[in-house]
Design a protein. Structure first.
Length: 385
């Protein structure tokens, strides 16, 4: 396969470093960035034509159709947002909750999304509950049972991850959605890490809302995410900024289209990002990333003398490994470790705390290869062993 360091020149990433944290912010390939520059130049050549006419007359719809086809969805059921947190805000702040209503999420929830839930609950008098989902989880049933045990007759809204950020665990979304719908509970899926990392057919999951970041594993520029909303919930779902599309009554996607003057180039590059992704073969990309991530995690666990204790089928292109020495700590300790590994060893990773212990979460992208993880292994040994 034509992967690894031989293709890293398609990114601006320094080939001499070990960049093992694609999961946090992604890394946009040079060909997609070049397309973005072309779009920006077109906008600045005639801003009134581009922003006042072209954007309204099909440009965004074409990008949504391309993105929709990639996840087996209709473009009219999708809207562009800046990121998954923006999508979560749009949905949660569109809904009406009453005092005592329960908004349920899990202990794997992304911190910014949890903050949004807290904000909405404070305004409405609702209650936020976290289902304690074990990490490492041993089975899908264990995850489902943990979530179901937190639901009551007062639960109105359930927010779950598809691939959790800190733990990188893949949740059995379809089964959870079905279980929640049987209890008349609406479900929002935070799929920030899903598109491009795993095979994704959004409508088949049955959720009420699904958001995913195209700027992570799908190679789009920063500020490109997709919010899919079921047809039944589109009339109730609005962007966080209400603008001209609200009174136009032209449909869900159009209302999200215009939230004021902005740079639309990240959204209009999604077709180029998909073309770049598919040029390597969608199946080959996912297979390479998953195999490299898991093989490297096993190697690192052995090298560091730690127990990986994870189920392979529950992870994709990100895998966490315990830091040797049973390291504990909060944000300050996590940031300190990240900075030490980068500044002293030129290795970039995420340090997360899916349980009480600190873990190193590695990402595997098609520009990575075994030598990157060997460099990480040596760096951690020097720092912790």
């Amino acid at each position: 396969m034509n992967f690894g360091k031989k293709i890293i020149d398609k990114w601006h990433i320094d080939p001499d470093v070990a960049f093992l944290n694609h999961g946090s912010y992604g890394a946009c390939p040079i060909p997609v960035l070049q397309k973005q520059n072309e779009i920006r130049e077109r906008m600045e050549m005639q801003p009134c034509e581009f922003l006042g006419r072209d954007v309204w007359e099909g440009l965004i719809e074409e990008s949504l159709e391309k993105a929709g086809s990639f996840v087996s969805a209709h473009g009219k059921d999708m809207a562009f947002v800046d990121n998954a947190t923006t999508g979560a805000n749009s949905v949660l702040r569109s809904l009406d909750f009453n005092p005592g209503d329960e908004l349920v999420t899990t202990s794997h929830v992304y911190g910014a999304v949890r903050a949004t839930m807290d904000f909405v609950a404070l305004k409405s008098g609702a209650i936020v509950k976290e289902a304690q989902v074990p990490f490492p989880a041993k089975s899908e049933d264990e995850i489902i049972t943990s979530i179901e045990s937190a639901l009551t007759s007062k639960t109105k809204f359930l927010l779950i991850d598809h691939i959790a950020s800190a733990s990188a665990t893949i949740f059995p979304v379809k089964k959870i959605v079905d279980m929640a719908h049987d209890k008349n509970i609406r479900v929002f899926v935070d799929g920030a890490h899903a598109i491009g990392q795993i095979e994704l057919d959004i409508p088949s999951l049955g959720a009420d809302w699904y958001v995913t970041n195209a700027h992570k594993w799908l190679y789009a520029p920063k500020g490109c995410a997709l919010l899919w909303t079921s047809p039944e919930m589109q009339d109730e779902t609005h962007p966080t900024v209400i603008s001209w599309g609200y009174h136009g009554k032209e449909g869900y996607s159009t209302e999200f289209l215009w939230q004021g003057t902005r740079d639309f180039s990240p959204w209009l590059c999604v077709d180029s990002a998909i073309d770049f992704y598919e040029s390597f073969g969608s199946g080959d990309v996912k297979k390479y990333m998953h195999n490299l991530a898991w093989k490297s995690a096993e190697m690192l666990a052995e090298e560091w003398g730690v127990d990986l204790n994870l189920e392979k089928r529950m992870f994709a292109s990100m895998v966490p490994i315990p830091i040797p020495g049973n390291i504990y700590g909060g944000d300050d300790e996590r940031i300190s470790i990240v900075k030490r590994l980068w500044e002293k060893h030129k290795v970039e990773v995420a340090v997360t705390d899916p349980n009480d212990q600190l873990w190193i979460r590695i990402s595997a992208q098609i520009y990575n290869e075994e030598s990157d993880y060997r460099k990480l292994s040596i760096a951690v040994k020097n720092e912790f062993l």
